[in-house]
Write a new protein. Sequence first.
Length: 339
Amino acid sequence: MDRSSRPRSRRLAPFVAVAAAAALTLAGCSSGSGGKKAEEEAANPAAGKAGTPRMTVALVTHQAPGDTFWDTVRKGAEAAAAKDNIKLIYSADPNAGNQANYVQNAIDQKVDGIAVTLAKPDAMKGAIAKAEQAGIPVVGLNSGLSDWKKLGLLEFFGQDESVAGEAFGNKLNTTGAKKIVCVIQEQGNVGLTQRCDGVKKTFKGTTETLYVNGTDMPSVKSTITAKLKQDDSVDTVVTLGAPFALTAVQAVGDAGSKAKVATFDLNKELVKAVQKGTIEFAVDQQPYLQGYLAVDSLWLYKNNGNYSGGGEQAVLTGPAFVDKSNVDKVAGFAAKGTR
């Protein structure tokens, strides 16, 4: 989408950014778990609070129930909302059709901005186009690096999943792995597919893909267990999210396998597992930063006409490896739910 063809309300304008030094508070953030509790959990360094007029921003993700990764994204978004005097409306559904409906709800509420994930970009195309037609700026985060510009989003914050997968494969080559199974918990999610494809591209051993139902963790466990019992040559299980890695560790035990587990993404339990050695390593894409930057970017766009990355390049938040050599450095932040 050529920027010159965007509605007048979305073109750069000489806004003035105003900030007043004050202690950071989440009292102004409207989301299911906002308020004082979120402030204490975020433990974000005080950065002042905006004196600009109140904004409303919708954050719409493809979070599946129980996936703690998104709790960290949300905490980052809540911290930015508190700082920027933003009312944050959070909604999520792994079903892309429902996610698109949430975007439409945000349009109907005449929000000032929308931050959205694009795990299934084709299903989101129509809703995003309607937001743009309504003059509502839309930014992307986490999923959709290959599609955000095609869909006319202003900015994107996240990880290049193909690059992350390739780095993961190279890391596996240093561990002595010979045969891996890459576990995909959501079929059709382009980011997850790109991760496994990237791993396969650089890993010198044999790679197999195993699909599981990520919304049914007992099923995830039994499926991985069955695979390991059926094929004892698998020496490493690669998962694409922290909860699935922890479940894979249980499956390895149930199968009586000697396979190792390595994963994408972190949570505090996963960090403890890396410290204990039950997880080999993890790739951190910094979800807190994704949520924070996405919300903050909409405030900057409205109040100062800014585009992170110039509106042409994505802002990358990963990948970075967390293993025995550096896990203690992030453990404290992970314990607070911000890494």
